[in-house]
Design a protein around this ligand. Structure first.
Ligand code: MCA
Ligand code: AMP
Length: 481
């Protein structure tokens, strides 16, 4: 396979590639730094990448892809339990991190390589094959610890080229980006996407409306964000006329990872004259659909299947729905070169995720308009929560809560939240009703063990959880009194 990033050798060496705050790299510098690091990790099997929002993360991932070594991006805020699980599951031989970054205990036994963003070495010659794993990205399921989705090089190339077609995305685009770099959205779309096009990316370090406005005023053309970010933009617009003007200059505003409420679409369009384009994807499938840059804007839809992606809706029993009537709800199944290959070490989960003829079951429920536009209406599993664009399994948090000595029983649900889409709610039966653990204590406990975004935002104490005759918790019957 040819390089995923032809611009590393084909673009003028002084062309800007990456900027994080006041640190930046041109294509020439990125190629040299990635070449030097690729030589050091050649044959390493798998490398973990301490995925802070920094140049080092981008250089580390590009080096791994050039070397044909699978990279496992790690959330630098992962708690010990989550990190321990990921490391024992994927068994990396090395961790790549920025010099000076402190790594927590579970990484202590691994060889560490500090990423030198000013390194210099030639890019490796022969390329790995299409099907070789490029990334292993951990993603939550309804129960149990996160699973590692193995994403091949072919899927990254296919999805980024399909998006280039849908969004008319070129080397002239400059992306403003404030997403984390340990998930598909921020890493594959936000970093690898501009680099594959030969364009550039300016990462804000952390999302803020001032940063978005500043970069758009200084020539950036595109914004990628999760709905929470667009909600915060919509909230800020009335008081920040400069933000409206800056957004009005953008070529393309893209939202994804969860549904952007129509109200936020409308507020942004009214204030800026711009529409926000939604696309729909998943860690396991990369991108499936999008509203096209040259297509009709239709708030509340995720557009049409991307080139090369087959998409169908199926009934509960698996029968395909053939009518596009905008009303019949079915589960979305997809097939195409954008799909992952497997869940690492989980053949059972991999088999369950696909039909016999190779369609991936997304678990997302949708209808299709007569002209093919897809509208997502919900999810099959109520135990999957989308909060701030992060997918979080209820079971994983319940298990963490049960490890707290003050918790006898626990159930976790999601409830609507204007900012986060959904917020995590914990329903807890305390060991001692006279001195139940506080909400902050439980939030800290979960944040420390798993990750801060998985912490419950609301905690209710109950004397018992509602259960059916089989002893199963009836989550729909959970009420606070
Ligand atoms: C608060 N904090 C804590 C605690 N409480 N830390 C430890 N213990 C606690 N008890 C810290 C947090 O770590 C965070 O720090 C800060 O306080 C604020 O936390 P929080 O309220 O959770 O964050 P937020 O500012 O509300 O975050 C909103 C956000 C974020 C910026 C929109 O949710 C986000 O970045 N979402 C992106 C998710 C994403 O990329 N999803 C892609 C996956 P600090 O601020 O320092 O961090 S989906 C995907 O990839 C598919 C393919 C797709 O379709 O895209
Ligand atoms: P993840 O597993 O974290 O990659 O998240 C994938 C899930 O995010 C999908 O299965 C959808 O439920 C949801 N998702 C992604 N993009 C959208 C969107 N534009 N609208 C609604 N849901 C979305």
């Amino acid at each position: 396979m040819s390089s995923l990033f032809p611009a590393l050798t084909g673009a003028p060496a002084d062309r800007p590639a990456l900027r994080f705050g006041d640190r930046s790299l041109t294509y020439g510098e990125l190629g040299a730094a990635a070449g030097a690091l690729a030589a050091r990790i050649d044959g390493a099997g798998r490398v973990a990448v301490w995925a802070t929002p920094a140049l080092e993360t981008a250089v580390a991932v590009v080096a791994a892809l050039e070397a044909g070594v699978a990279a496992v991006p790690l959330n630098p805020k992962s708690g010990e339990k989550e990190l321990g699980h990921i490391l024992s599951d994927c068994a990396p031989s090395v961790v790549l991190a920025a010099a000076g970054d402190e790594l927590p205990a579970p990484l202590g036994d691994l060889e560490r390589i500090d990423v030198d963003v000013h390194g210099a070495g030639p890019l490796p010659g022969p390329r790995p094959s299409h099907e070789d794993p490029a990334l292993i990205v951990y993603t939550s399921g309804t129960t149990g610890p996160p699973k590692g989705a193995v994403i091949p090089r072919r899927a990254i190339a296919a999805t980024l080229d399909a998006l280039a077609d849908a969004w008319q995305w070129t080397a002239d685009d400059v992306l403003v980006h404030g997403l984390p770099l340990f998930h598909v959205h921020g890493l594959v779309l936000g970093i690898l996407g501009p680099l594959r096009r030969g364009g550039s990316v300016r990462h804000l370090g952390r999302f803020g409306t001032e940063g978005v406005a500043r970069e758009l005023n200084e020539g950036a053309t595109m914004v990628f964000g999760v709905p929470t970010m667009y909600h915060r933009i919509a909230q800020a617009l009335p008081a920040e006329p400069e933000l409206a003007k800056a957004l009005g200059r953008a070529r393309l505003l893209v939202s994804g990872s969860a549904a952007l409420p129509v109200h936020d679409h409308e507020r942004i369009t009214a204030a800026t004259g711009q529409r926000v384009v939604e696309r729909y994807g998943m860690t396991e499938t990369l991108m499936n659909t999008s509203v096209r840059a040259d297509g009709e804007a239709r708030a509340g839809t995720v557009g049409v299947p991307l080139p090369g992606v087959e998409l169908r809706l199926v009934e509960e029993d698996g029968t395909p729905i053939t009518s596009y009537d905008g009303e019949t709800v079915g589960e979305i199944q997809v097939r195409g070169p954008n799909l992952f290959t497997e869940y690492l070490n989980r053949p059972d989960a991999t088999t369950a995720a696909f039909t016999a003829d190779g369609w991936f079951r997304t678990g997302d429920m949708a209808v299709r308009d007569p002209d093919g536009y897809v509208r997502i209406v919900g999810r099959k599993a109520t135990d999957l929560i989308k909060s701030g664009g992060y997918k979080i399994g209820a079971g994983e948090i319940e298990n963490a809560l049960l490890e707290h000595p003050g918790v006898r029983e626990a159930a976790v649900t999601g409830e609507p939240d204007a900012d986060l889409g959904e917020r995590i709610v914990a329903w807890v039966v305390p060991e001692n009703p006279q001195s139940p653990p506080t909400a902050d204590e439980l939030a800290d406990h979960v944040a420390r063990r798993l990750a801060p975004h998985k912490r419950p935002r609301v905690v209710h104490h109950l004397s018992a959880l509602p259960r059916n005759d089989m002893g199963k918790i009836m989550k729909r019957a959970l009420r606070h009194d």
